[in-house]
Ligand binder design. Structure first.
Ligand code: SF4
Length: 452
């Protein structure tokens, strides 16, 4: 049996697409082997180009595959392949280069290489793409939460971001295809689906009379689906229609990831973000009215070119004022080919490190403050795996619908099920909890209380 190994860099969308590519190989009789430990006949590297470091790491992984088996067929796909196919073609040993579209032809290219051994560069002009590329993922190799890609590309062109050039313009998946995929995932045993995309909140902007709010309503029809999570949504896309759906839903998670990127209006303008801090704040107030207790998490870039100490502190105070449940903090990383990379007043690395440290400190405060609101509450948690710090501890970890990471005493058979768990002690990394019962009212044998 022919073997294939995969390595994925970057985001959830890339992980989703690797699973989809694996489905193609699987249905052609391939066996999946480990990229690091086994020798494969075919290597597929799904690359990332969000930063210059992403490019470098992608090249390192490509060379590693070639060294591992010089006779193997090496296929490179993903965002770095889309933006820089010639750089990849220059690496001796690369056989196939496919960008962020046309992956369904990969098997065909592998057969072509076997026959002719002439490298194939199948990267097309992604800016011309108008159709969403259907890639089927009925199940995931090692996950209890299923992501479902509903959207591709982005029309925003934020000045620090290369993604629109790697992924093309906004394309939405047909609603009937999203629903069908959701049904398959529920049939495969998934209770929670995470809607994902390059610009998830922009879903439907290229469709007639259809949008994210309507899709959310239609997804409620999927029997057996317990939780719907939106991986990310821009403040400008949280419409009254979306808020109304959130307000009336028993499946939508009380968690919205809304990238802020900066908390100062001058910086936001230079990033070409589509809101001001006042507009962002007003939207968060609306969301909290509709969904009390909602976890609002965010992304923040520090050290954007020209960011002064004062502008950074404006951001610091704004973040504190919004009271996010969690921050993802990123030092600005120059990406060649973006307008921001050509901007003057690039911030020194040392200054970036200080600002990252300051926001991570604030993040500690904010995560504990948010979790503290739920002490004593019984939350619905889907355990994903044993407690990673000590898998033999008899402890499980998983997320509540409002994105609190809970660790509690539990047994393997609870994994993947919706469990009722009481939050006992808030924490920044995770909260400590006590198992109450599985939601389907099946009371499991009483577990002895265990100190965590
Ligand atoms: S919204 Fe901005 S940051 Fe996000 S993918 Fe689009 S261009 Fe990049």
């Amino acid at each position: 049996m022919a073997t294939v190994a995969f390595h994925t860099l970057g985001c959830k969308v890339n992980s989703y697409e690797t699973e989809a590519i694996w489905q193609l190989f699987k249905s052609s009789g391939y066996q999946r082997v480990d990229f690091e430990t086994d020798t494969a006949d075919v290597y597929v590297i799904n690359t990332c180009t969000v930063t210059n470091t992403g490019d470098k790491k992608s090249r390192q992984v490509i060379r590693r595959a070639i060294r591992r088996n010089p006779d193997a067929i090496v296929a490179v796909t993903g965002c770095y392949a889309q933006t820089s196919p010639n750089e990849i073609a220059a690496i001796p040993g690369v056989d196939i280069i496919v960008g962020t579209q046309g992956r369904e032809k990969l098997l065909e290219y592998v057969e072509q290489i076997k026959a002719e051994r002439k490298p194939i560069n199948a990267v097309g002009n992604i800016m011309k793409a108008r159709e969403f590329e259907e890639l089927d993922v009925p199940a995931f190799t090692d996950r209890t939460r299923a992501s479902l890609k509903i959207q591709e590309g982005c029309n925003n062109f934020c000045t620090f971001c290369i993604i629109p050039w790697a992924r093309g313009l906004m394309r939405s998946r047909k609603p009937e295809s999203v629903i069908e995929q959701a049904r398959k995932l529920v049939d495969a045993g998934y209770l929670e689906i995470v809607l994902t995309g390059i610009h998830t909140g922009g879903y439907g902007e290229d469709l007639e009379d259809y949008n994210l709010a309507k899709l959310l309503v239609d997804l409620h029809q999927v029997e057996g689906l317990k939780r719907i999570r939106i991986s990310s949504i821009e403040a400008s896309q949280i419409t009254e229609e979306v808020i109304d759906v959130i307000n009336h839903s028993d499946k939508l998670c009380r968690h919205l990831h809304v990238p802020l990127q900066a908390g100062d209006d001058d910086v936001l303008k230079r990033m070409r973000r589509k809101y001001t801090t006042a507009e962002f704040y007003e939207k968060m107030v609306r969301v909290r009215e509709a969904l009390p207790g909602v976890a609002i998490t965010t992304d923040v870039i520090v050290g954007f070119p020209g960011e002064t100490d004062e502008q950074f502190m404006n951001g610091y105070h704004f973040i504190k004022k919004v009271g996010f449940a969690e921050l993802h903090v990123f030092p600005y990383s120059m990406r060649t080919g973006t307008p921001a990379a050509r901007m003057p007043d690039q911030v020194e690395e040392e200054v970036k490190r200080e600002r990252v440290a300051k926001l991570l400190e604030l993040n500690q405060e904010l995560t504990v403050a948010y979790a503290s609101q739920f002490v004593g509450d019984v939350l619905e948690v889907i355990p994903e795996r044993p407690y990673k710090e000590d898998p033999s501890s008899g402890l499980l970890m998983g997320y509540s619908d409002n994105y609190l990471n809970l660790v509690f005493p539990g047994t393997e058979e609870m994994i993947g099920k919706v469990c009722k768990v009481r939050l006992d002690k808030p924490g920044s990394e995770y909260c400590q909890g006590t198992f109450v019962r599985v939601l389907d009212d099946v009371r499991l044998p009483q577990l002895e209380e265990r100190a965590i």
